[in-house]
Design a protein around this ligand. Structure first.
Ligand SMILES: Nc1ncnc2c1ncn2[C@@H]1O[C@H](COP(=O)(O)OP(=O)(O)O)[C@@H](O)[C@H]1O
Ligand SMILES: [Mg+2]
Length: 328
């Protein structure tokens, strides 16, 4: 470890993009992709950055991995400034951006890794054993001598990951690592991510899949329109939106009086109404032990057709509540 402090620390990071559009590109437009990001990420953990498309996830990942300059603010990785000490940081960081780019399709997976090993300055004597090691790690040994153009989407992503860990980085940035992968490859990728953390690598992972963040990340931040709208453990985020249990009631229409009565039950913090054709659904956020499905059933007792279900509030619920709030 290079320092005992946080793996990542940012203060007020902003990033704007200026572009031109309209007739003869006369109209200047400015996109504020990041609007003041304050983050602290511990070493040796997986930190998740969750947010919808366009939230600013890739922009922040690129700034932290020295690919892009911030407009203002400061960021430190392993205690070093990402702008002034980029040269010190680069060999200690790995970056895997999603997508098909960045690989040489006409040569084999192994040849690709040889090229990157030379780029990273891995000594020739160590090169082949290192490549064998990472190919095994991502489960590509069987296909390593085939041309990359014959690889499936999942195999290419594995090769990207192999490239990202070839130089044994202390910190690895993964930008939507499972996007577009079939379920099996996505599961294998998540397994690999966990095994890297077990080896002491710090992982900064972005995703727009709620369940993926919930499964992998003990701590996470939710990014919406360039701002962090929440930052905590999954459990505490559940409490933040007012309830760790969710009760859903469905029937053919509810009236306002019923919804008011439900609001008055103890521990109910929020009720969302949705219509699905003739069926209405009420989603209640409730605190443990204060209100259960029986109490909800009692209020709605005069519906002949009624379904009431209770479940743990998922991260998806939390996420939608927060991103919705931000949009208002
Ligand atoms: N090079 C660029 N030029 C102009 N606008 C950009 C550029 N890169 C990103 N943006 C804009 O910044 C915002 C955040 O983008 P991005 O970081 O890619 O979000 P995410 O990765 O969460 O989908 C979006 O509105 C996007 O259109
Ligand atoms: Mg992105």
């Amino acid at each position: 470890m290079s320092s005992s402090g946080p793996a990542i620390e940012t203060r007020g990071i902003t990033r704007a993009f200026d572009s031109r559009k309209g007739f003869l590109f006369r109209e200047a437009t400015r996109t504020e992709a990041l609007r003041g990001i304050d983050l602290s990420v511990e070493q040796g953990s997986i930190f998740g950055l969750l947010g919808p498309n366009g939230a600013g996830k890739t922009t922040l990942t690129k700034i932290l991995s020295t690919l892009l300059l911030p407009t203002s603010g400061a960021a430190y990785v392993l205690g070093h400034d990402v702008v002034r000490e980029a040269d010190w940081l680069r060999p200690r960081m790995g970056l895997v951006l999603g997508g098909e780019r960045g690989l040489y399709n006409r040569v084999s997976g192994r040849e690709n890794l040889r090229y990157f090993a030379d780029l990273y300055g891995i000594p020739l004597g160590e090169r082949e054993s290192r490549i064998r090691e990472v190919l095994g790690r991502v489960d590509l040994d069987g296909a390593s001598d085939r041309r990359v153009e014959e690889y499936s989407r999942g195999m290419k992503q594995k090769l990207h990951l192999a490239r990202g860990i070839l130089h044994r980085p202390e910190i690895l940035f993964l930008d939507e690592p499972t996007i577009g992968l079939d379920p099996k490859s996505a599961r294998e990728t998540r397994k690999l991510v966990r095994s890297l953390v077990a080896d002491g690598v710090t992982i900064f992972l972005t995703t727009h899949y709620m369940f993926e963040a919930e499964e992998l990340c003990p701590k996470l931040a939710i990014l919406s329109k360039g701002r962090i709208v929440a930052r905590d453990t999954v459990d505490r985020l559940r409490h933040l939106v007012g309830g760790d249990r969710t009760i859903e009631a469905e029937a053919y229409g509810f009236d306002d009086r019923e919804v008011d009565s439900l609001h008055r039950l103890p521990g109910v913090s929020k009720i969302v109404t949705e219509e699905f054709g003739p069926v209405s659904r009420l989603t209640l956020r409730v605190r443990t032990d204060e209100t259960g499905p029986e109490a909800v059933r009692a209020v709605l007792a005069n519906h002949a057709e009624l379904s009431v279900r209770e479940r743990r509030t998922s991260l998806e619920d939390v996420y939608l509540d927060l991103v919705e709030e931000e949009a208002r």
